[in-house]
Structures are given as C-alpha cells and as structure tokens.
Design a protein. Structure first.
Lengths: 240, 303, 230
C-alpha cells in the first residue's frame, strides 16, 4: 500500500494559523455539539406540539399534524437544507432576504432551523406513539376528574408518554446529532467538514477520518450513558 | 529463468533508451491500462474552460482535450487497437486521494502544481499560469486584499487558494470568515446570492465564471493578487516514471506544435460551449515561453 | 420574487434529470437495498448466533455504523474501497473502483447495519417454541432458520424493511458531496449552470416528496394487510 502514515499530524500546526490540526477537529466537534443541542431544543418543543396535535380530538389539529409529519419526512434532509439556505431568502422580500444572508454564522442558524424542523417530524411520531400506547382509561380518567384537555395532557398523558418513549427519543437525539454533518454542504464547519479540510490540507486521509470516527463514537457513548442515567432517575418507583 | 535474469539488466537499459514500452516489463499505470484496455480520466464540473460540463452535461475543455491527447499517446505507446476512455467526475477535495487510490489515472482540470502536492502526486508539463485573486460584486467596491477585512469570503475546499487565504488571514489578522464550497460553481453562487462577499480563486477561473454569469458587468475581480502566477499541470500518480514519460512527451510535443497554440486559442479566444462565451484571454508572454520550453517545475519563479 | 422565476428550465432539463439522475438514484437504491437486506440478515443471524467472537463482531459492526454520520461514511469508503479491493484480490496497487460501484458498496455496508437491527427484531419475534418444534422434528439449525424462522421474520418485517428502503432512497441524495450525478446532483448541476436554484431545488423537493409519500402510503396499506394476516 503506497500510503504514508503520519499519526503525529494532529500536533502539527494547521495552515489556518490558529492552532494544530487537533484544535481544528475539536472546534469542529464543538460546532457539531452546539448545532445538535440547539436544533434538538427546537425539535423537542415543536415535535411535542405536533405529536400532541395528532392525538387531539380536533380534526383540523390532527390534519395539520399529519401534514407536517408527511411533509418533513418525505423530502431528503439535504434538499431541505438547500431549500432553507438557497431558496427561502430568494422568496422573501429582497430586504429581508439580504438581511438573512448577511447574518454572521448564517450556515449555523440555517442548519439549526432546518434540523429542528426536520427532527421535529420524527419526535412528533414518537410522542404520538407514546400517547397512543397509554391505556385509553388514562385519558378518560383525566376527563372524569374534571381536567380540561390541556390539563389531561399536562398532568396525566405526557408525563407517562415521555417516560415510555425515552429510549426511542435517545436514538432520535443521536440521529439528529449525526445529521448535523449534512450541514457541511452549506458551509457549517462541523466535525466531518473539519476532518475533510484536514485531509485536504495535510493529505492524511485516513488519520483525519479515523479521528473523526473516534470522536463520533465517543459522543454516542456519552449520550447513551447519560440517557441510561436519565431513564433510571425518571422511573416511577413500583411501575413495571 | 536463469537466462532471463542475466538478460534483465541489458533489456532494461535497452528499454530505457527506446521509448516504446510494449516490449518491456510494464509497471504501474501503463501495466494497468494494458491489462484493462481502459484509461480513466478525472474531470471537473465547473472549471471553465479547463474541464467542465457542456450543455448536454458532457465533460469538455482545454485540459480535457490535453488528457485525450495523452490517452492517444498511451494507446500508441502500448500498441493497443482500442483504448476505452472512462470519465469520472472529481472535485477539488477528492482529486488527490482519487489519484492516489487508483480511481483515476489522469486528472485534467485546473490543478496547481506546487512542491507540497508533488509529495502526493506527479504532474506533467504546465498547461497554464494563473495567480490567486478574488471576485466580488462591483457595487461593494472591493479591490485590494486589505479591503476584505472582517468580511465573509468563500473559496473552494481542497484548493491551494483556500490555503493561501487562510494563511493571509492568520498572518495579517484580517478577521475573515472563510467558507469552504464544494466546487467553483457553488462558491460563485455564494457571491451571486450574497452569502459571501468575495470568492478567492485562480484569476482565470474567476474570469470565466464572471463571463458565464447572468450579469457579467455586476462583478469585479481584485487588482491585487494573493500569489504569483502559479503553474497548472495534469495530475498523475506519483513515482510512476514510465507513465509520466509518455505523458510528458505527448504534452511537450503538443505544446511546441502549432496544434498546441490552436488548442489554446480554441478555448481562450473563441466562443466556447455551452453558451458561446468568449473569454478573450490571449496567450501571455509567460505562457508563450512555457509552451516553447515545456516544464513541470512547481516553482512560480521559474516561469 | 415569484415574478422572475422561470420554470421552463425544468422542462428543458427533464431528460437529463430523469434519464440520468433518477436512473442513478433508483438503481443505487434498489441494488443497495437488496444487497443490504441479505447482508443485514446475515449480520442479524451472526449476532444472535451466540458464538462468542462472531456475535460480538457483528454487534460491534452494527453499532459502529449506527453511530457514524452517513456523510462521513461516504467519504471513508470513497477513499478506502480501492484499497479494500486491492487487499481482497491481493493486488499490490489500489484497484480502480468506479463512482457508482463505490457508492453501492458504501450504501450496502451502511444500510446493512440498519437492516440487521430490523431483521434481528424479526427473528426474535418468532416464538421459541417454533424453533424447538422444528429441531424436535430432526431439522438442522440451518434448515430451521431457512424454512421456519426467516420466511416469517421477513413477512412480519416487510413494512419496516420497505420503510428503511424509502429512507435509503432519500439518503442516496448525499452522494452530492462527491459530485456524483444522482437526481439531486443532476438538479443542482443544472441549477448552478443556469443560475436557477430556486426553481430546480423546489422541483427536486416536489419530486422527492411525491415519490416518498406515495411509497410510504403503499407501505402503510401493506402494513395493515400483513397485520390482518398475522
């Protein structure tokens, strides 16, 4: 194999002049985590709302929820990324479009919004499944107690549903984290993008990608461990 | 076996003296081409006019034609009746790994030949000289490198240009936001749609992107350059002397002949596909010298 | 705004978009899905085999693939496949692998991990009594797997396998990062050449939506049928 390994490459200065190649990858890791957390915040809130809407008695609410999920689930993420980044500013008033484009860190905000809306559709499906998995009696009991619909959800259905769907939500969180790499196509300097830049500057393809791989595996392990603790601390004593 | 071994040094000397390779033990790319009956050329999407896709999405361009000449020379050298030419799209970011891992045999585009890259790949004789500048909307009135201070600029990932702008940014602490784009078209698009203020690239590519845009008058190319004119070369695998010898001989012969000049004029001074744009870039003095004395030197000072 | 949009560019590039782009996307999806299901089933069987080294290896592979972003995996394999190929055929130099073949290997190996998880659930859903009964009848383990467990597992998991294939269909758009000409790649090449981003990306979104929505509606109908039979 005519490939020259050089594992010391990480400690050599990168041509960007701001540190070593290792610093470059770590800054990418930071952007990945930041994007994942910010977009997850949107996805969790919006997804919960849409998911709840799909279980409400109101036909209009259910219709809207279904339309949202179908729309965001049936268009590839990369296409959605392009729609937010390239298409949306052109469809707004020129002044508004120009303002969006001039934002500092525009790729970051675009990626956060795009991933937030995209993942919300998946979160909504989990929330709906969680609510539907509860015995019908819980909803009826809430009503019998004189709760309004909102109170039934707030105090009865959602606390139980979120506990049920914690494991699938963890994997949605991880999917969201992995999907941040798609944002490299709109110029977000996250981990995969940084690994690619490192490969281009140093020509050490395999070292760069190996490091990125290990970092991704590491984040996965951290998230899974954290989710296990969360699950344990949220278990209602005596249930199941 | 014994007889062959004793004859080997003599045969080797003879083979090195006479160019045709068919009789000798083939190695590297030539061997691969002989065995498979095919040569693979990496081409670009949007390196106008070097290597890009025309109206029917077929790869064309100045460097593409040079590569086809090299393929012809390889075919003649190996005495093949038929040589299949496969075309594979590459990007700035993928071209060097793909040369190294054998996916492509020749990369014809606008690849700067420098000492750093020579550690990874080989280059044939220089086919163009270009300096790094930037393009911006005329209304922004940007002209020197200092004008860029604090702005967002884009460059194509994997190019020498993005490296140069990164180095300049660090050296002069300019506070730039530097976005990497997948290819030149995407980078120019960032400037066109206002996502970036300037696109840092080889001036010839900028000129062709501007000429091909919807409103060529709306863009201005900086007068100050970030680098001296640097040589472009066709890239091939490193340490493959027999293949490089064939490619060097073919390109040298082409550049010295009137055909080379005609080829240059076809792509730089006449209307080119897909929309009949004329780049109007007659051959510079340095280019004329390079064509008269073909060289594969990576040193800008030698041109 | 909408006034200066030109949807004519879509009509004139239709043959390229579908003749080349969509053909690439569909071929890649179909081949990667069928090979991925086979490999995934194999991985699931190995993982459930209980043979110490083997089942850990299969588990490790599945977990690794599932923890990496597809974009990174695409880059990995694009540069790595020629070396792997060289190692497989014992060639001293990296062998040449075309862009399509490389993408096919990437998606097959990546999606196999996801298909493996589906098939594992499918195999585990078959009651243990069936296996015990078949073994009692004198069938070998391989026979039990082939004639009793897998046919039912496939049938039960068919909707999930098809849903995963729809996801795969969407994921193939990521070959964009390698400048390959899939449907989205073709659309973006036309978009950038003619400066018609808005029209082309909207059109691409509509086409993807129609195909995926129709396909997932069909899968849902199939799902309810399979459920009834069961």
């Amino acid at each position: 194999m005519n490939y020259t390994w050089n594992w010391g490459i990480f400690f050599e200065p990168s041509p960007e002049g701001t540190g070593t190649y290792a610093d470059m990858l770590l800054s990418g890791l930071l952007w990945t985590i930041l994007t994942a957390l910010a977009s997850w915040a949107i996805a969790f809130c919006l997804g919960s709302i849409v998911g709840v809407m799909r279980t409400l008695p109101s036909k209009a609410a259910r219709g809207f929820g279904t339309a949202y999920v179908e729309l965001f689930r049936n268009v590839p993420l990369l296409v959605q990324m392009f729609l937010w980044y390239f298409v949306l500013p052109e469809l707004l008033l020129p002044a508004a479009g120009a303002w969006i484009k001039q934002l500092p860190n525009a790729p970051f905000y675009t990626a956060v919004i795009c991933l937030g809306f995209f993942t919300a559709a998946r979160v909504a499906e989990q929330v709906r499944a969680g609510i539907e998995a509860l015995p019908r009696g819980q909803r009826l009991a809430g009503t019998a107690m004189g709760f309004t619909v909102a109170q039934t959800y707030r105090y009865v259905l959602l606390p139980n549903a979120y506990r049920i769907i914690l494991p699938p939500m963890t994997s949605e969180f991880l999917n969201n984290l992995k999907n941040t790499s798609v944002a490299l196509t709109i110029g977000l300097l996250e981990l995969t993008a940084r690994a690619r830049s490192m490969q281009e500057f140093s020509f050490q393809v395999f070292e760069a990608f190996t490091a990125a791989t290990l970092l991704y595996v590491l984040i996965n392990v951290v998230v899974i461990v954290a989710a296990t603790f969360l699950e344990r601390s949220l278990t209602i004593p005596g249930q199941r | 076996m014994g007889l062959r071994d004793s004859l080997l040094p003599a045969a080797l000397a003879a083979a090195l003296a006479v160019a045709p390779a068919a009789a000798q033990e083939l190695t590297g790319t030539l061997k691969k081409v002989k065995e498979s009956g095919a040569i693979t050329i990496g081409h670009r999407d949007s390196s106008v006019p070097f290597s890009y896709l025309d109206g029917s999405q077929k790869p064309v361009g100045y460097a593409t034609e040079i590569c086809l000449k090299i393929a012809d020379a390889v075919k003649a050298n190996l005495k093949l009746d038929k040589l299949e030419v496969k075309l594979v799209p590459v990007t700035s970011a993928t071209r060097i790994p793909l040369i190294a891992n054998g996916t492509i045999d020749l990369e014809c585009g606008s690849t700067t030949n420098n000492a750093d890259r020579q550690k990874q790949a080989g280059f044939t004789n220089t086919h163009f000289l270009t300096a790094t500048r930037y393009v911006a909307k005329r209304e922004k009135k940007l002209d020197t490198i200092a004008d860029l201070k604090g702005r967002t600029v884009v460059s194509t990932s994997g190019t020498t240009n993005i490296r140069q702008i990164n180095e300049a940014n660090a050296a002069r602490s300019m506070g730039l936001t530097i976005l990497p784009a997948k290819d030149h078209a995407e980078a120019f698009l960032m400037v066109e749609t206002g996502r970036a203020d300037a696109f840092v690239m080889d001036d010839v590519l900028l000129a062709s992107l501007v000429a091909g845009s919807k409103t060529p008058d709306a863009y201005a190319i900086s007068s100050e350059a970030l680098s001296k004119p640097e040589p472009y070369g066709i890239m091939l695998r490193k340490d493959d002397a027999p293949f490089k010898a064939v490619a060097d001989a073919a390109t040298a012969a082409l550049y010295k002949s009137p055909e080379g000049k005609a080829l240059y004029e076809k792509w730089f001074t006449q209307p080119i596909p897909p929309r009949g744009i004329n780049l109007k870039l007659p051959m510079s003095e340095a280019m004329q010298k390079t064509f008269a004395n073909p060289s594969d030197s990576p040193d800008p000072a030698s041109y | 705004m909408f006034a200066n949009l030109d949807f004519g560019v879509i009509v004139s590039s239709l043959p390229y978009l579908f003749g080349q782009g969509m053909v690439f996307t569909v071929t890649l999806t179909a081949l990667a899905a069928s090979m991925g299901v086979v490999l995934g089933t194999l991985l699931a069987i190995l993982r459930l085999s209980g043979v110490p080294g083997v089942s850990h290896l299969a588990k490790g592979y599945v977990e690794l693939m599932r923890s990496l972003p597809l974009v990174l995996v695409i880059f990995w394999f694009y540069f790595l496949v020629p070396y792997i190929g060289a190692w497989v055929v014992r060639s001293p130099t990296p062998i040449q692998v075309g862009a399509f073949a490389s993408a096919l290997v990437t998606f097959t190996l990546f999606e196999a991990a996801f298909f493996a998880e589906i098939m594992r659930a499918g195999i585990q859903s078959i009651p243990k009594g069936q296996t015990a009964a078949a073994l009692a009848l004198g069938m070998t383990r391989a026979q039990v797997m082939r004639t009793v467990v897998l046919p039912q597992a496939f049938r039960n998991m068919l909707p999930l396998l098809l849903t995963q294939t729809i996801i795969l269909f969407q994921d193939t758009s990521l070959v964009y990062v390698l400048s390959l000409t899939d449907f989205l790649g073709a659309a973006s090449k036309v978009a950038q050449r003619d400066g018609r981003l808005v029209e082309m990306y909207l059109f691409a979104a509509v086409v993807y939506f129609l195909i995926c929505f129709t396909a997932s509606s069909l899968v849902r109908r199939l799902h309810s049928r399979v459920a009834i039979i069961r």
